[in-house]
Design a protein around this ligand. Sequence first.
Ligand code: ADE
Length: 289
Amino acid sequence: MESKPLSIYRDGLFDGRMALITGGGSGIGKAIAFELGRLGCSVVLAARKAERLESAVTELSAAGITARSIVCNIRDEEQVAAAVAFTLEAFGRLDFLVNNAGGQFPSPAAHIRTKGWNAVLETNLTGTFFLCREAHNAWMGEHGGAIVNIIADMHRGFPGMAHTGAARAGVDNLTKSLAVEWAHCGIRVNAVAPGIIFGSGYDNYAPHFQQVFLAMADNIPARRLGTEEEVACAAVFLLTPGAAYISGDTLRVDGAGSLWRTHWEVPPHDAFPRYGGQPLPGESGGSGE
Ligand code: ADE
């Protein structure tokens, strides 16, 4: 089993509670399901791949966690409504929503086709909105609750994956809007922004990319990559009563990576425009228009 049977939170903290986790069949979503489940929370996992969901539910159940799953493409609002309805029918409540499902692909911005751009925006931004809206309208608007959106380290832009950077920044902003609009319903809305996380996808990377990926630790003050459990622990904190006064915030879980070097190399050039004047001492030319 990948996830470790330890929690810093007290046993039974979430007894009688219920969480819906998107993308919960693997990776960070599954780690969050384990962390919540070990604390007494029942979980519904919603994702696209039935097989993965079934195996995650089997693992969770073997650990004594009450878990169900539903196949759901979060881009489809009817499937989202069905996932929330399924959760309410199965457990009669919805205390926590964790929007973890997401997807993107590496590409320089100039090469992203419209279809790919739309797919990433629809999944990461619109899908998250569908889930928040449905959770609010079907349950939390009347009963309160807490939402955590898993986003990304897009605080300085996201060169190399501009589509997901734009979408995740959109979710960061959505988090703030909903925190204000829904405060009077007793709903808290926060986000977690993971940095470079060593996760279940690593084995599927091409060998040369595995090396590049591990070397990213050199750009992180922590001098190591993060783990799925570390992201899960932070996400779960935002659902605990200890976070009762926290809403509209984004918690970075990145070993201070977003405060230091970036992974993006800018090639040497003298192409940048200039407003008057001549090249400064040490500059390599420039047109000085
Ligand atoms: N994981 C990645 N893309 C997804 C989608 N569209 N729906 C649910 N889970 C996903």
